[in-house]
Design a protein around this ligand. Structure first.
Ligand code: HEC
Length: 330
């Protein structure tokens, strides 16, 4: 066991040295280390808008990091035959000529080549072919890379579920049952609560606004033929900000709700109690313990400027945990 570990360490070191010696790393040197070439990174990024929506998590999380793409796609002989695009299932899938369980990617009515033709996707399939032609044999790194980034942002369904749970809210706080042609629907109690419901959910939202909000958070829809978009764009940030503030207020004002202030805690606004609450919420929302410095910072930058309006100050604190990278990404 120890010998194996040593061997691995030596191999890693050799790779690192090789790259240092050649600052402008050639493709071959990168490939020898099982690293993605610059061209691979370019192709990966250019395909991302069409593919990453379904390939960020799970066993086929090809787009979760460059290392994943390199090891799970480029160095996977079942998908890529270096130098030979026509023999590469990856390329065939783009053209709607897959030979395995799937004929095309993305799954749906249009192949990637169709998307390029209609202008929705930008990287021509010929560029992908040229990239495969230029690839040399790819050593496959069988060891998991512990330092590889495995960051994904919460999907809108997860945002909704997590907020319901953490703020002590439920579907019935936002919707009343309704029916349309005998199909049950979710009728918003009012839009001022910022209700959010996926288009494809059962019950489906009866009004447009809850769907729009779900879409703004990046939600896709099979019925609506809309891809999900898990990038962190302005519409995501804006919507999450509004929803988190509104829903924190709802959670704080909900009768008998113990999610934010469990039995035995108080809403006293003295410094000690506010800091104790910050500490508790830090663990509640981020799953890690707050350092003293983090508690002090939230107290001075969020609580203090708002504290003349106690409700706004609690809402500000609560939502600051949600509009935070530690909450959005996992
Ligand atoms: C709408 C969702 C969706 C999109 C978008 C999507 N895929 Fe997939 N892809 C899947 C699913 C589902 C599978 C197979 C099931 C699984 O993940 O286990 C799959 C499997 C694959 C496989 C493995 C195929 C095999 O035979 O082993 C490859 C390669 C792949 N996708 C590439 C892509 C590429 C490239 C794109 C973008 C051009 C893309 N996918 C876009 C859903 C999607």
């Amino acid at each position: 066991m120890r010998a194996l570990l040593l061997l691995m360490l030596t191999m890693t070191a050799a790779c690192a040295r090789e790259n240092e010696a050649a600052p402008v790393a050639t493709r071959r040197a990168q490939a020898a280390c099982g690293e993605a070439s610059d061209e691979t990174v370019r192709v990966m990024r250019a395909l991302a808008p069409s593919c990453e929506g379904c390939h960020l998590t799970g066993v086929r999380a090809y787009w979760s990091s460059v290392t994943s793409f390199q090891n799970l796609v480029v160095a996977n002989p079942a998908l890529i035959t270096p130098g030979d695009p026509d023999a590469s299932e990856f390329v065939r899938l783009l053209e709607g000529q897959g030979k395995g369980a799937f004929k095309q990617m993305p799954i749906g009515t249009k192949s990637y080549a169709d998307l390029v033709r209609e202008g929705t996707a930008t990287l021509p399939v010929d560029d992908v072919k040229a990239w495969v032609r230029g690839l040399t044999a790819q050593p496959r790194n069988a060891q998991p890379d512990f330092s590889a980034a495995r960051v994904a942002r919460l999907k809108p369904e997860q945002v909704q579920r997590a907020l319901y749970q953490q703020l002590g809210l439920v579907h019935a706080d936002f919707f009343i049952p309704a029916s349309e042609y005998g199909i049950s629907m979710a009728e918003p109690r009012g839009d001022e609560a910022y209700p959010l419901q996926p288009n494809d959910a059962i019950p489906a939202p009866r009004q447009q606004a809850p769907r729009d909000r779900f879409q703004a958070l990046g939600g896709g829809s099979s019925f609506g033929q809309r891809k999900s978009d898990l990038t962190v764009g302005p519409s995501f940030v804006l919507t999450l900000t509004q929803v988190s503030q509104r829903w924190c207020r709802l959670g704080l004002n909900k009768m008998g709700n113990v999610a934010l202030f469990p039995a035995g805690t108080t809403r006293a606004t003295d410094e000690a109690n506010v800091k104790a609450t910050i500490r508790r919420w830090f663990l509640h929302f981020h799953g890690t313990r707050a350092t003293d410095a983090a508690v002090d910072e939230l107290y001075t930058t969020v609580w203090t400027p708002l504290k003349t309006d106690t409700e706004a100050a609690w809402v500000g604190l609560c939502s600051s945990f949600i509009r935070h990278p530690d909450w959005i990404f996992y």
